[in-house]
Design a binder for this molecule. Structure first.
Ligand code: GUN
Length: 306
């Protein structure tokens, strides 16, 4: 049987570390890390996510605030709020929940968040910092993937890693992080030819295609480590119940060295990484003035990976 990588346990351990860092900051006389979440409109799923994020803040000692705005909020009013939060020294992380209503330009709004408070890691400045290996804030799911990998792999140098999916929020950042860790990285996508053979050579497979059970047992080398980022809701015809399916045929991949389940693998990591990112931002903002554009130019503090 493959070793099960328990996302809940790894997330809890990360939360403990984050809480300890918050306690250290308070003892050192620093301002308590603060996260502000903006929710525009009444989207049900978004309301659930936002509630979870606020609850996570309470767990690790991050102060949180919420701005719930009506669905007809103008783009100008939303941008004005973000500008105010960018200049508020008690706010270290700003997260604007997406999707936003159709009349709002999501890209523009996400780019208006100060890169130094962009705890989602979506701002092009943070994307650039990540792709040039100069630190910055790493998007939460890719960060979670790396921490899960680090829970079972000591030395990444020279390992063959395959990333399935080239999205901006998972595939590309994961590929950059694996490159930083000195892996040989192949990024594949829907038009990639010979995906099964590419996977068969891999020491690490990160599946983020959103294609249920894409990765078959005979694509996986014995001992490989598999992180399944996919999570697709499907109706089980036999029972009539909804099921959550990953991108990997979990049952037939038990010859892997280690594998994440779906659910209970990557999912729990995402909010724990948001908390870690908020503390990283709070430390960086208090270590140097927020005006400096080079806040993350130095070697990044990747201690949370350890
Ligand atoms: N909506 C669903 N997931 C996310 C996320 O990670 N960040 C933001 N900003 N919105 C989301």
């Amino acid at each position: 049987m493959a070793q099960l990588i328990d996302g809940k346990a790894v997330a809890n351990a990360l939360d403990e570390k984050t809480k300890a860092q918050v306690d250290e900051m308070i003892e050192a006389g620093m301002v308590r890390p603060g996260l502000t979440v903006i929710l525009v409109g009444e989207d049900g799923a978004s309301q659930v996510y936002v509630r979870r994020k606020i609850k996570a803040c309470q767990k690790v000692g991050i102060s949180s605030s919420e701005h719930r705005l009506p669905a007809d909020t103008s783009q100008a009013d939303l941008l004005a709020l973000i500008e105010k939060l960018n200049n508020d020294p008690t706010v270290h992380g700003i997260l604007c929940q997406v999707p936003l209503p159709a009349h709002i330009d999501t890209r523009l709004v996400l780019r208006s968040i100060s890169p130094d408070k962009d705890v989602d890691g979506f701002h092009p400045v943070n994307v650039g910092r990540l792709s040039t290996g100069t630190g910055g804030i790493v998007p939460c799911t890719p960060l979670g993937v790396m921490i899960l990998l680090q829970s079972v792999i000591d030395d990444f140098k020279g390992k063959d890693a395959v990333v399935i999916g080239k999205s901006n929020i998972v595939g590309k950042p994961v590929a950059n992080l694996l490159l930083d860790a000195e892996c040989t990285v192949t990024v594949t996508h829907i038009y990639t030819q010979g995906l099964p053979d590419i996977c068969r050579k891999a020491d690490i497979i990160v599946a983020a295609a959103g294609a249920p059970r894409l990765v078959k047992g005979d694509w996986v080398k014995p001992g490989a480590v598999i992180i399944d980022v996919g999570i697709t809701r499907v109706l089980d015809e036999a029972t009539g119940k909804e099921q959550l399916l990953g991108d990997v045929d979990f049952d037939n991949c038990q010859h892997a060295g280690a594998i994440t389940p779906v659910p209970g693998g990557v999912g729990p990591m995402t909010i724990a990484c948001l908390m870690a990112n908020t503390v990283q931002a709070a430390k960086a903002l208090q270590a140097r003035p927020a005006t400096a554009d080079d806040l993350y130019e130095d070697a990044p503090d990747r201690s949370m990976f350890a």
